[in-house]
Design a protein around this ligand. Structure first.
Ligand SMILES: *Cc1c(COP(=O)(O)O)cnc(C)c1O
Length: 394
């Protein structure tokens, strides 16, 4: 018999009751170190006082009006995002998939309005993840996402991850742009090298097409810069943002330069909830914290420490761990000899919450507020887990 909740998720047999900072407590009162942060969403940890306060205060005043009216809190958040980034303008959404959808529509409309109606295709990369809409799964092109949902929307050319020659070969008179994650999340915590991101920018400039970054997982401070592409010194035309931007409130954004957004005018796009007063109040509170002096420096410092400690862990467990990947507080360890799900389930039993990603990678996206003691605790748990799993293997 089908469950009342559509059974589309494989769920761990644990339910949480409350959270505080870096920790979650399940319904039996057991404590867990949260190294997943609800897929990187809880960037400020659980029950952050600034966010709780913003939500309660706004909740007493006004939740929702409609985008037919001015929303001053939204104008403020958009201005702050513009001031802190490459972008000149922002469209607010409720999720990552909607941010991607807006980015795709914007790229098509740009060329349409410049008189290049035939330019509608985007070049994307294998093992990408761009959300679960039809366009999002078509853009990622992975069979595990698309099978059974055909026919898919036309307009995506998927090339091997990081392969610049393949990118160039895929570009034709119908190409509108290139869309990639600067650091792939679901695909296995795979950063594109800075040189590759720079080369993509040059290709787009040479071809007169748009560079779109999916920063839904790697953005909002996760790598130690507000946006991951900043490390490469590359300026995109459009980015899709979500996850951390709402700190747990469903919020996303599509951000663009004035030129890239030039086709989006009154009536060309919309969202009932997108950017409502409740979401904007929380979004502004999240940004207060992320842009506070020293916050991103802390992420860089903790990211360096995490990667150094994971490298040491790999040395101790070189029989199991073959690679440490990622950037900042977006980290993965590759364990090809044991099903990743088994490792994750074992860690959850030990009171630590990571998750799996593609390519046999155990993925860590801890809240950005962690300190060294949490990294110590995670390493002790990982060390014990890998020691026991190695014993089981022999
Ligand atoms: C999570 C994610 C999405 C989809 O976001 P939703 O909020 O689940 O729609 C798209 N792209 C990337 C890179 C993601 O990590």
């Amino acid at each position: 018999m089908i469950t009342p909740i559509l059974p589309t998720y494989g769920r761990q047999p644990v339910a949480f009751e409350r959270g505080e900072g870096m920790y979650l407590y399940d319904t039996d009162g057991k404590k867990y170190l949260d190294f997943y942060a609800g897929i990187g969403v809880m960037c400020l940890g659980h029950s952050h006082p600034t966010l709780v306060n913003a939500l309660i205060e706004q909740g007493k005043k006004l939740w929702h009006t409609a985008n037919t009216y001015q929303i001053p809190e939204g104008e403020k958040l958009a201005q702050r995002l513009v001031d802190a980034s490459f972008a000149d303008t922002v469209f607010f959404t409720n999720s990552g998939a909607e941010s991607i959808e807006c980015a795709i529509k914007m790229a098509r409309k740009y060329h349409h309005d410049k008189g290049n109606k035939g330019r509608y295709r985007l070049v994307t990369m294998t093992s990408a993840f761009h959300g679960r809409t039809l366009a999002g799964i078509a853009a990622a092109g992975q069979e595990k996402l698309t099978k059974g949902f055909e026919p898919l929307p036309d307009g995506f050319d998927v090339v091997p991850f990081g392969d610049l020659d393949a990118v160039k070969a895929a570009i034709g008179p119908e190409t509108a742009g290139i869309m990639v994650e600067p650091v792939q999340g679901e695909g296995g915590i795979r950063p594109l090298p800075d040189a590759t991101l720079q080369a993509l920018r040059k290709i787009c400039d040479d071809e007169g097409i748009l560079l779109v970054f999916d920063e839904i997982q790697c953005g909002m401070g996760r790598t130690g810069k507000l946006f991951a592409h900043e490390w490469a010194g590359v300026t995109p035309d459009i980015i899709a943002v979500a996850k951390g931007i709402g700190g747990g409130f469903p919020l996303g954004a599509c951000m663009a330069t004035e030129d890239a957004a030039s086709g989006m005018v009154v009536g060309s796009h919309g969202s009932t909830y997108g950017g409502n007063p409740l979401a904007m109040a929380v979004g502004n509170a999240v940004l207060d914290e992320i842009l506070a002096p020293g916050f991103l420096e802390h992420v860089v410092e903790m990211g360096d420490l995490l990667h150094a400690r994971l490298a040491a862990l790999m040395q101790r467990h070189s029989n199991l761990v073959t690679e440490v990947r990622g950037k900042g507080l977006m980290a993965g360890i590759r364990i090809p000899s044991i099903p990743t799900k088994e490792v994750v389930t074992d860690l959850i039993g030990r009171g630590m919450l990571p998750a799996f990603a593609g390519d046999m990678v155990v993925r860590m996206l801890p809240p950005l507020i962690l300190d060294e003691t949490h990294i110590d605790e995670a390493m002790e748990t990982l060390d014990a887990c890998l020691t026991d799993l190695a014993k089981k293997q022999t």
